[in-house]
Design a binder for this molecule. Structure first.
Ligand code: SAH
Ligand code: SF4
Length: 343
């Protein structure tokens, strides 16, 4: 349903009066309807184009937690690959977390998606349909934020991510700053994104500010070590004038020490980056625990004392395995979990 740009919709309905394109566009994009529900269009026409605009996602699991304010879906795609999408409702905003790939090739040791490996890139329609599904589920609240923090590395699926961001801005009127792309640190792609002239928000999953520890958590660090990543981050802030944030999953005894806080402050301060802290969610393939709540607070205090703005993010959806990739793994018995070495 969401594979096509507005121009492509118009081509599909080229032999129809122009207002049909507007009806279809309005139905799909503004009212988040399925083609069958766009009843302003005659039934015969809906049937004729119906197959082209059929849904790409089939719900295979639908779970809620946090008293209904967090909702998570596992969707099967046409080829049986599975992805996950999480909707989080707050007092001041409604955020959907979308997947950009089925699986992920980056192999971060602590991440359930990384442990399961890569299946394939998502198409733009598959990405956008996750958002529009959430738009509908969120009603009567209005979906305000989209974060690319589900399964996959969005900057590895660069064109799709970029065009999805553009369409969400142009077609749904979402403010670019309410669109967040999270990356593990694909340095050249960060620089390319900086040149696209979009005021979106960039989050870099840092997790360690020394190369030895980061190599062990994020294999991509061997290709783009911290100094290379720092250059890309600096380029981002200079080119876009946008702040960036670092994601830091606190892992007991690995990256939650005084030393780790000092290294992070030294890395983040010159970039004036904001730090989001979240205790690691346990995954079957990584046998180290997340930090205790007390340790999380101490770590935040150490950062603040060193002049870094840090926020402790709450662990929405922990009880429904809503951390990156977890639920899709649980519900997909064909996926085998590779056990990563413990650092
Ligand atoms: N590939 C991108 C976006 C998807 S992962 C990236 O890595 O940034 C989204 C976020 O979830 C990242 O910050 C990632 O480091 C984090 N994450 C993955 N597994 C986690 C876990 N078990 N506990 C806490 N955060 C995790
Ligand atoms: Fe991929 Fe992000 Fe998970 Fe790393 S943390 S394996 S980049 S999804």
């Amino acid at each position: 349903m969401y594979e096509f740009s507005k121009e492509q919709l118009a081509e599909t309905l080229a032999d129809e009066p122009r207002y049909r394109v507007d009806q279809l566009f309005r139905g799909l994009w503004l009212e988040a309807r399925t083609i069958d529900e766009v009843t302003t269009m005659p039934k015969a026409l809906r049937e004729r184009v119906g197959e082209k605009f059929s849904p790409a996602l089939r719900v295979v699991a639908d779970v809620a937690s946090d008293h209904g304010s967090t909702r998570k879906w596992v969707f099967a795609l046409h080829d049986g690959a599975t992805i996950e999408t999480v909707l989080m409702t707050y007092d001041d905003r409604v955020t959907v977390c979308v997947s950009s790939q089925a699986g992920c090739a980056m192999g971060c040791t602590f991440c359930a998606t990384g442990q399961a490996g890569f299946t394939r890139h998502l198409t733009i329609g598959e990405v956008l349909e996750q958002v529009m599904f959430a738009v509908r589920a969120a009603e009567p609240r209005r979906l305000s934020n989209v974060v690319f923090m589900g399964m996959g590395e969005p900057l590895e699926n660069y064109r799709v991510t970029l065009n999805a961001v553009r369409r969400l801005h142009e077609y749904r009127g979402l403010s670019a700053r309410h669109l967040t792309v999270s990356t593990v640190g694909v340095a050249p792609a960060i620089e390319r994104l900086a040149r696209e002239n979009l005021a979106l928000t960039l989050a870099v999953s840092l997790h360690a500010a020394n190369d030895e520890t980061r190599d062990s958590l994020v294999p991509l660090n061997r290709r783009y070590p911290l100094e290379r990543l720092r250059q890309a981050c600096e380029y981002w802030t200079q080119t876009t004038s946008r702040r960036l944030s670092f994601e830091w999953a606190l892992i007991d005894g690995v990256n939650d020490t005084e030393l780790a806080a000092a290294e992070l402050a030294r890395f983040a301060n010159p970039l004036r980056a904001h730090v989001n802290l979240i205790p690691l969610n346990p995954t079957p393939g990584y046998l180290v625990r997340g930090s205790s709540q007390a340790r999380v607070r101490e770590f935040r205090d150490a950062l603040e004392a060193a002049g870094v703005n840090a926020t402790v993010r709450n662990t929405r959806g922990r009880s429904i395995d809503a951390a990156c990739g977890q639920l899709a793994n649980v519900t997909n018995p064909t996926r085998r979990v590779r056990v990563a070495p413990v650092t």
